[in-house]
Ligand binder design. Structure first.
Ligand SMILES: [Zn+2]
Ligand SMILES: [Zn+2]
Length: 299
């Protein structure tokens, strides 16, 4: 290995100035001193070349691929922290090239991953908004539930034969919550229909909502789902002050929405989702129809 001699006082001083020199941040006098040294010192010239390449690579990675801010900042910090003089000339050089290559590769992978994750999160938030909006419009703003729970026969009647059986599932799998109301509802201006259970427990109102997916789909991939419970992937979102857990089941989207903590919401949903999915799958032999009289949502 060709070890270049650069360990003089002057080399160390110049190397400390190289980044500032590259950024045009040096005083004229210091620039002159650095230039004079570079003319006579091959080792420092090579070091300058290496750092220029790292900078170019970073600039290209940043311009073409827009990595997340944190990644860019951490790379910049690392480059600034590159200590001159500790590795020996040529090792320092190859380290610089390896680092530049790593930055490009990692930057590319991280950026692609980041874009996929951002896209996925937007899709999750969009799907979750379907459930959260019904909870807010119908249960919270509309207050479409009685203070004293409707009797189960009445709720089954409101749900109709297709969904009446789900009442039992909600009652059993949501311990500590009382089903005050169950109906099929819709939000003014939207054709979407919701099978809506409004429950009370833990000092708040919690909705269990099912709606035909109608093309709305949660993204695949473990980066987006929060937990898997009984073969059902659960997704999580915080929207409009509410925490929602969402899942797909037999052509439906299911939601548990409340202002309880994300952890509690997920825990309740993970107890409920597999049974709701089983009930919906069992009923999916017949064509699902939501042709019941709608409960008008009063706002
Ligand atoms: Zn030198
Ligand atoms: Zn409703």
């Amino acid at each position: 290995m060709n070890v270049l001699n650069f360990n003089s006082e002057q080399c160390l001083r110049v190397r400390r100035q190289l980044d500032a020199y590259l950024s045009n941040e040096l005083l004229v006098e210091t620039t002159g001193e650095v230039l004079r040294h570079l003319e006579s010192c091959a080792a420092c010239s090579k070091e300058l070349e290496a750092r220029t390449r790292v900078r170019d690579a970073l600039r290209k990675a940043a311009a073409n691929q827009v990595p997340p801010e944190e990644l860019r900042h951490s790379i910049q910090r690392q480059v600034r922290g590159m200590q001159p003089g500790f590795f020996g000339g040529s090792r320092s050089l190859s380290w610089a090239f390896a680092f530049a290559a790593l930055v490009i590769v990692l930057g590319g992978i991280a950026t692609e991953h980041w874009i996929t994750i951002q896209r996925g999160r937007r899709i999750v938030a969009g799907v979750m908004a379907i459930g959260v909006s019904d909870h807010i419009q119908c249960a919270i703003k509309g207050h479409n539930y009685p203070d004293i729970a409707n009797p189960p026969e009445k709720l089954r009647q409101k749900l109709g034969p297709r969904y009446a059986g789900l009442l039992e599932v909600v009652e059993q799998k949501l311990p500590g919550f009382e089903v005050l109301e169950a109906h099929v509802c819709s939000i003014p201006g939207s054709p979407r229909k919701y099978v809506h259970f409004i429950t009370r427990g833990r000092g708040t109102i919690l909705s269990v909502i099912l709606t035909r997916s109608d093309g709305a789909q949660l993204p695949n991939g473990s980066s987006f789902r929060t937990v898997a419970s009984g073969g059902v992937n659960l997704y999580q979102a915080h929207l409009d002050g509410m925490n929602a857990a969402g899942f797909e089941a037999g052509g439906y989207l299911g939601f548990v929405v409340s202002d309880l903590s994300p952890a509690v919401t997920m825990q309740l949903a993970s107890g409920l989702a597999p049974s709701l999915k089983a009930a919906l799958d069992a009923g999916s032999g017949s064509q699902a129809r939501l042709d019941l009289p709608l409960v008008p949502v009063t706002l």
